[in-house]
Design a protein around this ligand. Structure first.
Ligand code: ADP
Ligand code: SR1
Ligand code: MG
Length: 419
């Protein structure tokens, strides 16, 4: 064991650990000599074990001091587990229907014990690749985002409470710096980690590195990401961080959580749905077979923003006379002014959402850590064709985001580019 009390798990060690950890042992049943353990981590950073005992199953997640998908050559603080557990607990309190319960957290071991999100839940990204529809997805995700973002913002909180929460999450600086690098910097310069479908996209990747307007816009977003502590974000809300069935939606993996701009979370989700949309032609069994499915993805994008807008502003109305410090009732109690303020806030948030969504799309095509939506398209020429459409759309969205005023205009622009 290291001097800081940390030990990377092995199966044997995990069983010994569970035997002396009552809150976890209680979930599994008493006979801990007959446990089934399976490591299922298919994410980029950590190790995830499903442990099944006589009376139930749990998930154990451990952070090691490096990035799993790259290896020990890219060290990364294992303190990320503390921030993941903290966000799970905080977001779980605000939205228990869509966040798995944390049973146990061990800061020294960087280990979280949590609810096993049981089959038939699967990772949303895999469902989207398989062409499966989730009729409640937009409703559930808009609920999760509206509640977690509203209740951790100055629309609800005092600046005293907000500042102390911000101070805690400033500690997650290494994970934020990783995002700064791989989302806002590397795709726009030569970097050893960048990758794209070569040779098909060589010129496209170069064009990103040569595009001054794009660089101007991404600098603005990077500064907002680093400087704006608007709400407690999930920080990595892509379709690989969501587990679904047609009736249930569970948000996992918030280790990148910090106080940042709300549009970064909403954009991550919408941007990844757009990536899923553009990958569909690569999964189509025959020409046009995914036409209706693509329409469902577009409807989900539309519903997500519109429902989010409705739910978020409803929370704002409900708490407008509360202790939220952003718009004091003594100044903003005039209904006309309230409407103006809300309109401006939501318009700015919409443009942030589109900008961050676009930046998240670009990094998945010409940066590090690509997405399975495209990676699973075996024929490289076909994959590149799908990726190029997504990349071109993302570039337009990033540069022109302020010209979009309603989500249906974004959906129409996607359809136009795909025609
Ligand atoms: P990483 O931090 O490395 O990205 P994730 O949190 O995304 O790890 O988890 C990796 C995989 O482990 C997920 O894709 C999912 O299949 C599985 N997983 C993670 N948490 C749970 C859970 N609570 N219940 C069931 N499966 C889970
Ligand atoms: C090396 S970048 C790894 C990526 O995986 C995580 O899910 C984050 O998106 C991060 O950017
Ligand atoms: Mg993950």
């Amino acid at each position: 064991m290291a001097s800081d009390g940390f030990q990377p798990l092995t199966e044997k060690l995990l069983v010994e650990y569970l035997k002396v950890t009552p809150p976890l042992a209680a979930k599994l049943g008493n006979d801990l000599d007959k446990l089934q353990i399976k490591e299922v981590g298919d994410g980029n950073l950590n190790f995830v074990y499903i442990v099944s005992g006589p009376s139930g199953s749990i998930v154990i997640k451990q952070a090691l001091p490096y990035i799993r998908c790259i290896g020990e050559s890219w060290p990364m603080t294992k303190e990320r587990a503390y921030f993941e557990a903290s966000v799970l607990q905080e977001h779980g309190g605000l939205c228990p229907n869509h966040v798995p319960e944390v049973y146990h957290f061990d800061r020294k071991m960087c280990l979280i014990g949590m609810r096993y999100i049981e089959p038939p839940h699967i990772i949303l990204r895999k469902g989207l690749i398989a062409g499966m529809e989730y009729p409640l997805l937009a409703d559930h995700l808009s609920e999760y985002m509206a509640r977690t973002l509203f209740y951790t913002s100055l629309l609800y909180r005092t600046t005293t409470d907000h500042k102390s929460a911000v101070a805690k999450f400033c500690g997650n600086v290494e994970l934020c710096r990783l995002t700064e690098q791989v989302v806002f910097s590397d795709p726009y310069k030569v970097s050893e980690y960048n990758r794209w479908t070569t040779p098909y996209l060589d010129a496209d990747a170069e064009a990103v590195r040569e595009d001054n307007i794009l660089k101007l816009e991404v600098a603005e977003l990077k500064s907002k990401f680093c400087e704006r502590s608007q709400a407690l974000l999930h920080g990595d809300l892509h379709t690989g961080s969501i587990m679904v069935t047609p009736d249930s939606t569970q948000v996992i993996d918030p280790e990148f959580g910090f106080y940042g701009p709300m549009g970064f979370d909403i954009g991550a989700f919408i941007g990844n749905l757009i990536l899923a949309y553009f990958s569909q032609d690569g999964h189509s069994e025959k020409e046009g077979a995914r036409r209706l499915y693509k329409k469902w993805i577009l409807k989900t994008i539309l519903d997500t923003w519109n429902l989010f807008h409705t739910k978020f502003t409803a929370l704002w109305d409900k708490h407008k006379d509360g202790s939220g410090e952003a718009y004091l009732p003594a100044i903003y109690n005039n209904p006309e002014l309230q409407l103006l303020v809300k309109q401006k806030y939501m318009d700015d948030l919409f443009h942030d959402t589109l900008g961050f969504g676009a930046a998240k799309m670009i990094r998945r095509i010409v940066g590090v850590a690509h997405v399975e939506d495209f990676e699973s398209i075996k024929e490289a020429a076909k994959r590149a064709e799908c990726e190029r459409k997504a990349l071109n759309f993302a570039k337009t969205l990033l540069k022109e985001r302020r010209n979009f005023h309603k989500i249906n205009e974004v959906v129409s622009a996607i359809e136009d580019l795909d025609a």
